[in-house]
Design a protein around this ligand. Structure first.
Ligand code: NA7
Length: 532
């Protein structure tokens, strides 16, 4: 057998997490290699190329903080960065820090086995190449494995079918075409208004209506940018103290929606609605905890939908009746207004489900729709999908798939007992998707870097979370989730969007207490881990 190429660290994925991890690993003087399936860097922002793809975190904070010169020099044009801009930024980072030579592109990791004799991970890639490393770091992303629904007849369709996260690089010409979009999550909400402007006819197939708030994108205000740049480290430090690691949570009105009268409540909601963006969810401090406050917020948003959408029947179909904030908060760029266009039709597939894709379009339980293009905005096998796609085997040959058969379990969202020297960046059990992803990624990468430094300096051979620490951590993650309204509907947080996926709330609510816990674990000599 060919001997495996040896590294100190192998990192899977060259998105925001993988790039920064490579940078830090090199700083430690370690031989590191990133394995990336795509032909370039970018992760999420490489793959999600559908028209209208945009981040919903403000630009000044959705960026790396590790290099002062980088953050001073980079100019973002708008309040929310678009997919091409973020991709350009990440390509710039890769070039500026000379990261590309450390990345193997167009390479898929198929298997990773822990060799107990040598305390090394042995990896096999798609072309049969073997690699080995002491540390294996999964930077595979939380929303990277597309959920392609198993609809009968997909192969028979005469036109193109594309998932939003696998859009063709050369784009798709919607002009004069009849387009169907399935799904009204964040991706659907972003792509629908853009397609509507180009297509002859757009049919939106909606299973669940969406709670969404106007984003109110606009060019950045040079004075505000200058103010942030005058003390960027101070700004970063401040957002890290916020529940979501972002400035939207900074603006929380720290009182209950029920503590003010109906008129004042409406005034505050209106003010936030006009301001736009996620800070609407912080109009009051108990929207996501107190059912009464949640109902009042939901009533306000429904009143807005009825105000915007002219056809009353369409407006009613667009009004959600599940808990607001239970699925991931969405912000939009003219979403509800789109349904006033004469070339846009909303189809309720909760009442009459999709039965099949036909050569000429799509058939639901009560009608046929003629289509030239189908766009699947059907989301992801979130948080665990990309990890479980790889055949990961730890101590005693146990597979991660077996270990997580009833749902993901781990310690701090960073390590799984039985899988020594393997780390997950923003894995389940950490704030990840409930926080500003870049902030969470930097925190995880820094923690892992310090941990590896500690191991190397003390000449340990491995680090492994204990079963007891895992049990306590999983109980903690569940207890925190059960204290919010986030568990009261079918969301991808719970794995509910994937048929057969075990149900359980995967991310951890609350960034600052999590960071505190991670630091405490280190201060106590890596409490909950065994170092050999
Ligand atoms: P989401 O938020 O999971 O949305 C997927 C949408 O697709 C949602 O409306 C689903 O309805 C719908 N869906 C999923 N499967 C089907 C099938 N089989 N038939 C019909 N409709 C379906 O994914 P996004 O890509 O929009 O956003 C994911 C995250 O990316 C987002 O939160 C941001 O963090 C960025 P459902 O609601 O399940 O009834």
């Amino acid at each position: 057998m060919k001997s495996a190429e040896q590294f100190d660290v192998i990192i899977v994925g060259a998105g925001i997490a993988g790039l920064y991890m490579l940078y830090r690993a090199r700083e430690l003087g370690l031989l590191a290699r990133v394995i990336e399936m795509a032909s370039d860097v970018g992760g999420t922002w490489y793959w999600n190329r559908y028209p209208g793809a945009r981040c919903d975190t403000d630009t000044m904070e959705y960026s790396y903080s590790f290099d002062e010169q980088l953050q001073q020099e980079w100019e973002w044009p708008e309040r929310y960065p678009s997919q091409p801009e973020i991709l350009e930024y990440l390509q710039h980072v890769a070039d500026r820090f000379n990261l590309r030579p450390g990345i193997a592109f167009n390479t898929r990791v198929d298997a990773a086995n822990f060799d107990e004799a040598s305390n090394h991970w042995r990896l096999r890639t798609g072309d049969g190449t073997e690699l080995s490393a002491r540390f294996l770091i999964m930077a595979t992303g939380c929303l990277s494995e597309p959920n392609i629904p198993a609809i009968e007849g997909m192969d028979s369709f005469n036109g193109p079918i594309h998932h939003t996260a696998r859009f063709p690089h050369e784009g798709l010409d919607f002009n004069g075409r009849r387009v169907g979009v399935i799904g009204t999550g964040s991706s659907g909400v972003q792509v629908i208004p853009v397609i509507a402007e180009r297509a002859a006819q757009l049919t939106v197939f909606q299973r669940s209506p969406q709670w969404t708030i106007p984003a109110r994108n606009r060019p950045v205000d040079p004075a505000a940018v200058a103010a942030v740049k005058a003390d960027y480290p101070g700004f970063r430090a401040h957002v890290r103290t916020q529940p979501g690691g972002d400035s939207a949570s900074t603006t929380v009105n720290d009182f209950s929606a029920m503590s003010v009268g109906a008129e004042e409540r409406k005034r505050i909601f209106e003010e936030r609605w006009q301001l736009g963006g996620s800070s609407f969810y912080n109009s009051f401090n108990d929207i996501k905890r107190n059912p009464e406050s949640n109902d009042a917020t939901a009533d306000f948003v429904r009143s807005k939908i009825r105000e915007i959408v002219k056809d009353p029947a369409t407006a009613e179909l667009l009004c959600p009746d599940y808990t607001l904030g239970c699925k991931r908060g969405v912000i939009d760029h003219g979403y509800f207004e789109t349904f006033n266009r004469s070339n846009v039709l909303l189809v309720d597939i909760s009442a009459a489900p999709i039965e099949a894709v036909t050569p000429d379009g799509l058939r639901t339980a009560d009608a046929d729709y003629a289509l030239d293009i189908i766009v699947l905005a059907t989301g992801f096998d979130a948080m665990t999908g990309a990890l479980l796609k790889i055949d990961i085997r730890g101590r005693g040959g146990q597979t991660l798939r077996e270990k997580w058969a009833d749902g993901p379990v781990n310690y701090l969202g960073l390590q799984v007992p039985g899988f020594p020297n393997l780390f997950t960046i923003t894995g389940p059990g950490s704030p990840s998707v409930l926080s500003n992803m870049v902030v969470s990624i930097e925190q995880h990468v820094d923690w892992i870097t310090d941990c590896i430094r500690y191991i190397v300096e003390r000449k340990h051979s491995s680090i492994e979370a204990t079963e007891a620490a895992q049990e306590a951590w999983v109980a903690h993650v569940n207890a925190v989730a059960n204290d919010s309204l986030a568990v009261s509907c079918n969301s991808w947080y719970l794995g509910a969007n994937i048929p057969g996926k075990p149900r359980g709330f995967m991310p951890l609510v609350g960034f600052p207490p999590y960071v505190e816990k991670c630091e405490e674990v280190v201060a106590k000599g890596y409490e909950g881990f065994v170092l050999t």
